[in-house]
Design a protein around this ligand. Sequence first.
Ligand code: UD1
Length: 363
Amino acid sequence: MRTIDLVAAARPNFMKIAPLFKALSRESWANVRIIHTGQHYDKAMSDVFFQEFALPKPWLNLGIGSGTHGQQTGRVLEAYEAHLLADRPDLVIVAGDVNATPAAALAAAKLHIPVAHLEAGLRSFDRSMPEELNRCLTDCLCDILWTPSEDADQNLLAEGVAHERIHRVGNIMIDTLEALMPAIQSSPILTQLALDECSFVLVTLHRPSNVDDKERLSSLCELLCACARELPLVFPLHPRTRARLQDFGLMAGLSQSHILLTEPQPYTAFMRLVSSSRAVITDSGGVQEETSYLGIPCLTLRENTERPVTLTLGTNTLVPSDTLPDALHQALSQKNSHLCRIPLWDGHTADRIVQHLRQVFTL
Ligand code: UD1
């Protein structure tokens, strides 16, 4: 038996670990343990995803909670190291680019436990993003780098990473999207929110660079109100965004008839909203990929993306915020017919990883 820790911390991790947990659980040689760091802890930000993905309760929850970057990173390092010292696995797998990702990788690497990074090699080349620093640090620490696309391989090679550490396996989020498609299609969310198919634009915003500064958020709110005059908006609020809107007194301005503010949505409801929308306005990384796969126009309110393949082969456009209403107008006047042709975004990434691990463990 090989014991494998699968570390997850926050909402965008859960859809990445779910297919791998399932694929590894089917292997007779693998003993997989989900380690939840507890960065996201609300029912709507965590528990609901475990239920929808039929994941078991985490084997261990480190309970680190909210805090500054240093606090979150430091708490994971300390708590996860204690677990590793007490109960050493054969491999640690970390995912994505949240604060736990480099912290757990460092704890394991210092104890000479092999570490693999799921979604390695992505770079925005914008070091003001906490996630960019997390990505660079994690890739530096990991023995195995599982990349989703060719640009990620190139980034790693350009940083001098040895070819042997890089393994292109594809985009694991698409495994989850494919596996849950029937549940997504039968989600009752449109009826619950009294929405018609293709009658709205979906909005998600939570990046510190967009929501933590009063002037920036206030100007984005004005631009969203302008967009809502074109087509109604549906805007599930991340807890960070809700808190900032309240702190800055911007809630009332947004709560108008053409903008529907909701709680964070579970995965299937959210993906039903994405797939039924005319366009999506976002600053999320994962949503750029999901819209590309589903052929929904995506307007990304960022200056750069670590997922350039969504610009070249997908439906994503980077939009300077002041041009948002025009960009939306243009996106809505185009026909929505886009077939995703991104190599290895095919629902079989977890199988490729299991295949690779059999070689690693010489099974
Ligand atoms: C984190 C990730 C980000 C990811 C995002 C998805 C880092 C550096 N950032 O950002 O990459 O895109 O998750 O959501 O790791 N809160 C709750 N309930 C929760 C969790 C958080 O109310 O279950 C509130 C707290 O007030 C907290 C704030 O949301 O301070 C921000 O949460 P945090 O986990 O620090 O960062 P995110 O913005 O979610």
